[in-house]
Design a protein around this ligand. Sequence first.
Ligand code: SAM
Length: 314
Amino acid sequence: MIKDKSGRGIDTLRISITERCNFSCLYCSNQFNKLDKKDILSYEEIIKFVKIFSCLGIKKIKITGGEPLIRKDSTLLIKKITHISGIEDISITTNGFYLYENIDKVREAGIKRINISLDTLNEKKFEILTGRSCLKRIKEVIKESCKIFIPVKLNVVIMRNINLEEICDFLNFASKNNLILKFIELMPVYKKISFWRENFVPFKNILDIIKKHTYIYPIKKNGRIKSYESSEGIIIEFVTPITEPFCNKCDRVRIDCAGNLFLCLYGKPIINLKKLDGDILNSIKFYVYNRDFSFNPFVKLKNYRLPLMNTIGG
Ligand code: SAM
């Protein structure tokens, strides 16, 4: 496994395959940057880069976007990636909309586990939050997914004025559908700083609300994720980039849909792999080895940029 100079092993590559999304979530930045088709990574380029990263010891691939399933033939790309030697785990994060008609293709492509993002169980709020009125469809696809993928994780970003009161509803929903709940602290992203200020809720507050509703106990802390189990057997995970950043355990790098390599979600793009001439493998090795200990703005308040969430994919 490739390690950086701080000794952090890197085994995961997160690849955004498109900046386009059919949702316009209030906390995301997809209204601000539409790219030219020629600037987007082709599938051949993505496969080439995954092969290079697998030579460096990357074993896990996360496909993201934009909405990854909006891109034509994304399941064919996924299938090809599953056949790359050294890749042991491939998963996808999706808003669920196109999963509805593509669920068999996604399974056949080799996806075993999946993350579905859903921040409210209320139709009206869903419409305000995403700009779409299709909550019923998303709930149905979540239920279907639970029969096919193990596990299905529900990514829920908690926001003070949107869904803070729904935490218990999410626990019930997870319990009924056998889902793992993954609560994510709201992060500030490009042009959404005021939304972040108004809506950010610290992890500890979320935990306190859950504790009032049920008994939970910690089961695992793998660095990035804190896992708890409730007395009803619901697994609840927390991702706490703001209040308890996990830079010292960071095990991943990212490629955005234009081919920019990021060593941190809040870092600057290091190189553009699409445009790079010459020895890509050794360039990546050099930059990854020399990656800074932390770019996270909440650890080190300099040298950061706010991510364009839809091009980098979270
Ligand atoms: N469209 C796909 C989806 O919905 O999962 C993939 C892209 S989306 C950018 C990936 C994840 O990033 C989603 O779970 C989304 O909720 C999360 N995300 C986007 N903006 C965020 C923010 N400002 N703070 C925390 N999480 C965010």
